[in-house]
Design a protein around this ligand. Structure first.
Ligand code: ADP
Ligand code: MG
Length: 693
């Protein structure tokens, strides 16, 4: 249960005076509607209100703060004119201008003949100083209240910065004084600034520096968030590690048979990965391993071979793919590879008729299926294994963290291998999985020709189409990926449809269109036609299935390549590296193109190393955006920014190791404080499920 000390932070903002349902809704959309959401909604800039030079020698366009005497009110002659209030600071006259403001309120705020402290932007116009709609007007004696640095918050229509400042003040008042959860040793450069001090400091910046990611206050907050993330993951892992797993010591009879029948020899990378997996399988604890390998590195064979070892021991295995197309592709590949051995393989998809499903369920329960392949439908309640020993999850980044956890509960003691084709930078790996075991298949199978990448202006399209005509006639197949339009899926589709129609005039009925709005079955049908060569040019939005294998497809054209992220471009390019023929990837750009986009295209031209590209992507974009992380189940940070705080991540990992070595159940005083930290960053599951006691 959440510690009661945190209740005030997790209460709704409607408990703040002046926040009704209307504002609550706006703020909820902006940052969330709990007090803590306000606390973690940090300013990104400051307005300096310390400029007070006498008006007679003030500088134009400065934010000016000072005391003025109100001399005259001039109400507008017509509705179109502004209301004017004249005043002076004793050195020069100042004209205050108001549009659409009630006379009453102006007279109340700017009483004639009296002094007021005001602040706003000075503008020199027609030989005099003007200020429209001062940001502040208060009695003279409160000048010092406004004369300071004012934080500027990210806003939304209907919510003013003043409101956010007020809300933040309130949130800080409600923040309890926490017992320090960091040990003395782990402060490092953080200069013993506490969470409470840090949060106050970022909401009351004394200089713009206080807001920068590398300021001590920001680093302290980032560290707390990262620490909570690493601690939560480590707790999960600690528990899983302790779970006894089964020892799968294989006879290697099936394994050897398949291995010798393979039409190729394993690469060194594949062998190493298999060795590491085998070690896990033979060890008496539960395996949870991530297998990373670039597109085309041959993960499927590794998965199959490791599954055979478990099957030899009499247990069942499951292979989960993110889409039906991929599940089907795996099914075909694996059936083909296993045709000479006695292994029962089944494909479970949504398309099966109830009777067919039932048949599979029955066989599973009886232990008559050794390998079950499917999508996440594999883990619905009806699916009951007789003895599930091993689960392989392919193309994992499509699955969320929760699905991942649900999975391991299916087979209480079953081993899990997670495979991903997206090279993930080390730092993101850590935030997503903690210190998880992982293997990397480095390098591609021998004989794979590197693909060529060319970058060109979109005005070369006519030449591209001519060249494409020749290639397609020779039997090649090609993908044409259409502009990614940011605003909506619908305009994505419009652009792709338009390109499809245009290409039809060149290629007739050889062109097909595939997009995200199509039903799974329709997509399958189009992919099938493309695979079989009935269609040779596939126009697509970015839905081209990750991992779909069409060896004849060796050309990829990407329009508006400047709009794609590096990881995405790499993934797309991976589609044409599945055959043995050299692939060509054409990245077409149009203006305007930013420097970052140019840099991305250059990197694509220079290298095919996915891991290098992933690191570069992180560098260029920052962690939050990488791989479209929003859907990918990667941890999202509110206070930390992986572009700046990677060093903190490594530190937190080491800290956590040390903490759990000495206090595995967080029972010491510091441990208790750390539990509060976990709840503060809403790692509730980690405490509830993975802490003993
Ligand atoms: P991915 O890692 O992207 O899932 P796949 O497992 O689909 O890659 O393998 C891509 C292709 O490479 C398949 O056609 C597979 O048969 C082939 N392949 C796998 N391992 C090797 C190898 N060691 N040598 C040659 N070809 C291989
Ligand atoms: Mg694959």
């Amino acid at each position: 249960m959440r510690p009661s000390i945190l209740y005030p932070l997790f209460s709704s903002i409607d408990s703040i005076k002046g926040i009704g349902a209307k504002y609550q809704k706006l703020i909820k959309n902006l940052c969330g509607d709990k007090i803590i959401d306000i606390l973690f909604h940090l300013p990104y800039n400051v307005v300096d209100r310390t400029y007070t030079s006498p008006l007679s020698n003030a500088i134009n366009n400065k934010i000016w703060t000072g005391v003025v005497t109100i001399t005259e009110h001039v109400p507008p002659q017509t509705k179109k004119h502004p209301y004017r209030v004249y005043c002076t600071d004793g050195t020069s006259e100042l004209e205050l201008i108001f549009f659409k403001v009630y006379k009453d309120s102006i007279e109340k705020n700017y009483p004639q003949g009296e002094k007021r402290a005001i602040s706003g932007k000075l503008e020199y116009f027609n030989g005099r100083w003007q200020m429209s709609h001062p940001d502040f007007v208060v009695p003279e004696n409160r000048l010092n209240d406004i004369m300071r640095l004012e934080p500027v918050y990210p806003l939304t229509a209907g919510i003013t910065n003043k409101m956010m400042i007020k809300l933040a003040k309130d949130a800080i008042l409600r923040t309890p004084n926490f017992i320090e959860w960091l040990s003395k040793d782990s402060f490092g450069d953080l200069e013993y600034i506490s969470f409470n001090e840090a949060i106050k400091k970022v909401h009351n910046p004394k200089a713009l520096n206080d807001l920068l990611p590398n300021s001590i206050a920001r680093r302290r907050l980032a560290y707390d968030e990262i620490l909570s993330n690493q601690l939560a993951l480590a707790l999960i892992r600690q528990k899983l590690k302790k779970q006894t797993g089964r020892v799968f010591k294989a006879t290697n009879i099936l394994y050897q048979k398949i291995l010798t029948n393979l039409p190729f020899t394993l690469t060194k990378g594949q062998e190493e990965a298999l060795e590491e997996i085998t070690k896990d399988q033979e060890a008496p604890y539960k395996m949870l391993r991530l297998l990373q390998g670039d597109v085309g590195s041959g993960k499927t064979v590794v998965a199959l071979l490791s599954m055979l070892k478990v099957i030899e021991c009499g247990a069942q295995t499951a292979l989960m793919a993110p889409t039906e197309i991929l599940a089907k592709q795996h099914y075909e590949t694996i059936c083909n590879l296993c045709k000479d051995i006695d292994v029962n393989i089944a494909l479970l998809t949504g398309k099966l008729r109830p009777k067919q499903k039932k048949e599979i369920y029955d066989k599973l329960k009886d232990g008559k299926i050794d390998i079950l392949i499917g999508t996440h439908a594999l883990f619905t309640e009806q699916v009951v294994f007789k003895d599930l020993g091993y689960v392989v999850i392919d193309e994992q980044h499509r699955f969320g963290v929760n699905q991942r956890l649900a999975l391991s509960s299916k087979g209480k003691t079953c081993d899990v291998l997670v495979m991903t084709a997206t090279p993930i930078p080390r730092s993101l790996l850590l935030t997503a999985y903690g210190d998880m075991d992982y293997s990397k298949i480095s390098g591609l199978p021998i004989g794979r020709k590197p693909s060529k990448t060319v970058v060109m202006n979109v005005n070369k399209m006519p030449e591209v189409i001519e060249a494409l005509k020749r290639k397609l006639e020779e039997g090649t197949r090609a993908y044409w990926v259409c502009p990614l339009v940011e605003e909506s899926q619908k305009s994505d589709l419009a652009a792709a449809t338009e390109r499809f129609e245009m290409l039809k005039t060149h290629f007739g009925d050889k062109v097909a269109l595939i997009h995200g709005k199509m039903k799974e079955q329709e997509k399958d049908a189009v992919m099938e036609e493309f695979k079989q060569g009935k269609k040779t040019l596939l126009v697509a939005t970015t839905v081209i299935e990750v991992g779909v294998n069409v060896p004849e497809a060796t050309i990829m054209i990407i329009e508006h390549a400047e709009r794609f992220g590096l990881a995405q471009l790499h993934q797309l390019r991976g589609r044409i590296k599945r055959g043995y023929e050299e692939g060509v990837c054409m990245l077409m750009y149009s203006y305007p193109i930013s420097n970052v986009s140019k840099e991305r295209l250059n990197i694509m031209k220079q290298t095919e190393d996915g891991f290098f590209i992933a690191e570069k992507d992180l560098e260029l974009r920052g962690g939050g955006e990488i791989l479209g992380t929003r859907q990918s189940g990667f941890a999202e940070f509110k206070l930390a920014d992986m572009q700046y705080h990677q060093d903190l991540l490594l530190r937190a990992r080491d800290d956590v190791k040390h903490i759990l070595q000495t206090d595995p159940n967080l029972e010491t005083k510091q441990g208790e404080a750390l539990k509060t930290l976990l709840y503060l960053f809403e790692q509730n599951e980690a405490v509830k499920t993975y802490l003993a006691g």
